[in-house]
Design a protein around this ligand. Sequence first.
Ligand SMILES: [Zn+2]
Length: 221
Amino acid sequence: MLEISKRLTSYNPNERLRRELERARAELSELEARHRELKKTAKDLELQDKAVEDRIRRLQKDLYGGKVVNPREVEAMEHEIESLKKQRGEMDLQLLELWERLPEAEQALEEPRKRVQELESKFAEAQEKLRAENAVLQEEYDKLAAARPRFLEGLPQNLLARYEAVRQRQGGIGMAEATSQGLCGACGTTLPTAAIEHAKLGQVATCQECHRIIYATDGAI
Ligand SMILES: [Zn+2]
């Protein structure tokens, strides 16, 4: 019985879903990082663009304000303004491209975001279901413990595997008690007398209909 408990607690049917959710989260955070990076690049570029614009304006003010009269100095300033304007033109092109890519990058987040949300609620639901199933199982164990079926002690591996398979097929319940009328406590099928006798002796017996492992207390016929 302890062996079964260990097996059941280590077995998590939601593991695949959890991994899927993790992958979706990783994918989303990668896209989000790329989007943030793009936004930051655009912001930096805007600031640079503004600084160059200010520099051009100051140079032009000095130049046309009559402050500078030396022809060589005038020429140098005109030169600088030209090169700054060229620089600005390039930055503006880059900015335009970034502004075009930003909405795309933002839109690319929508689908993965939805997917993460879907998987999150799916996972939460599955976990809730598992908790409920485990509660049923626990109840079953308590009952078994009270009935003390001898076959649970030193249960062979192949039976453990069978129990697990039946449990999964039958909504978390792999065992059923023989009723006092000699029916399978889970599906209501009439059990052969021999099966009940076996169960009473602590030997392995299964319901021929639902294949659950049958256990019997002395109350069963
Ligand atoms: Zn049955």
